[in-house]
Design a protein around this ligand. Sequence first.
Ligand code: ATP
Ligand code: MG
Ligand code: MG
Length: 549
Amino acid sequence: MEHNTSNFIRNIVKEDLETGKRDYVITRFPPEPNGYLHIGHAKSIVLNFELADEFKGKTNLRFDDTNPLKEDVEYVNSIKEDVTWLGYDWDGLFFASDYFEEMYERAVLLIKKGLAYVDDLSAAEIREYRGTLTQPGKESPFRNRSIEENLDLFNKMRNGEFKDGEKVLRAKIDMTSPNINLRDPVIYRIAHATHHNTGDAWCIYPMYAFAHPLEDAIENVTHSICTTEFEDQRPLYNWIIENCETESKPQQIEFGRLNLTNTVMSKRKLKQLVDEGIVDGWDDPRMPTISGLRRKGYTPEAIRTFCREIGVAKAFSTVNSQMLEHFVREDLKLKAPRTMGIVRPLKVVITNYPEGEVEWLDAEINPENPEMGIRKIPFSREIYIEQDDFMENPPAKYFRLFPGNEVRLKHAYFIKCNDVVKDENGNVIELHCTYDVETKSGSGFTGRKVKGTIHWVEASKAIPAEFRLYEPLILDDQKQEEGETFLDHINPNSLEILQGYIEENMKDVQPQDKFQFFRHGYFNVDPKHTSKDHVVFNQIVSLKSSFRI
Ligand code: ATP
Ligand code: MG
Ligand code: MG
């Protein structure tokens, strides 16, 4: 596999190995199984796996499942599927919940050292006592309980003798610290809830800030890579590693989260879109989830290249989502067969073509990759073209079809429009054209030139197909006003469903097959809505973009 381009984390790892601070590298990807993975997670996956791979180290997939209220096996399974699909093999597969006993013992050790206490203050009181950036915190009246009393109360917490919220265990650090994270953070809370892995074995659960460094230490992780929201927690991370006396000493390193334009990138918000029925599940092609991108037609190669190319820096970055599109175009350019499809059909009768006759024309499968060979396409007296490739009263510089004008049909002949057939409301429903047999594609005809080339599909053998065209789900060019949320900026036109036609040679397409439709861009066969007699295409990306990298 290709490796990361240089970045500051790679430099740290390299130096740690060169100076002998470390003699091996272990990283981890630690999702909480409370939702599906998104493209932001892909950045972390690529970084962690490729960094370890480069230095002959290991990467664990670890489920950070310390909150029973939001976690589910459905998410565990989807995460495994997505990491595998992206192309990575984890070394160890771990669950933080398997370490609950060991974490409990480390908490007992802190109590015995006088470094943790059971607090009876309510969550609201704890928040109030914590103080602010400009104001020091206040000590809880329960802060100076004896070690014996704390051990007894913590044991009773474990045994289920208290209700949710009645008591918590806090690290005893410094209520006046300028770093609020060090003002006696809560490290255990009570939750009488069934956990997806440990069932009802526990009713107390460690908080993320306490659990995470221990998970890393237990797995001998050397470089614990996370995003910059956790920068202020690093002193607490180190405090826990030091005071819990773990043998292994992992190091936390932060990098800037990925954000994309026109995209919400938080599992909480994505779950809201799913729960409120705004999208068709976590794998809706408009979602920035790995499963949504897969269903839309993105390839793992395109996502990996994107993640490598955006780079890794401390600063939080918002990347233009057109950059992601750029990489999928690049990846599919040589791989995807070319074809023609009509998304808004308009019937054309070629009046001088013999009735009942069908001829088969040759068309290159991929002019940029000639090894893919040729395909056969039928041509006859009736074809479909796109409605917007015809205008009755065109403006200047319109080179497609209009009365009296001649265009080239891709891979076939020149046709000239003679008559327009309308329904009783004046809508154009059919065109009558004539073709010129001498202008056949590939015949070397040079007698005259036409300015427009349009695509078409022969009518009698065309296969009906559904086309789903997408626009960004979120409109973020407008400012979010006071009181508004991202839900007030949903694009009402994010999905357009059209019924059209595809070439006869596509009768056996399979879910996830990808094609480049002439002039329409790249499309993927939708795995959810496609059935034996109804094929649905998701537009992956249009052909061209003004975007340059
Ligand atoms: P979210 O806020 O979307 O729920 P999270 O950080 O809470 O994300 P986790 O399941 O804890 O989700 O994430 C697993 C790993 O993926 C973490 O190491 C986290 O830092 C990383 N990660 C999550 N979102 C991004 C992002 N947008 N960019 C880069 N890394 C990310
Ligand atoms: Mg998290
Ligand atoms: Mg989260």
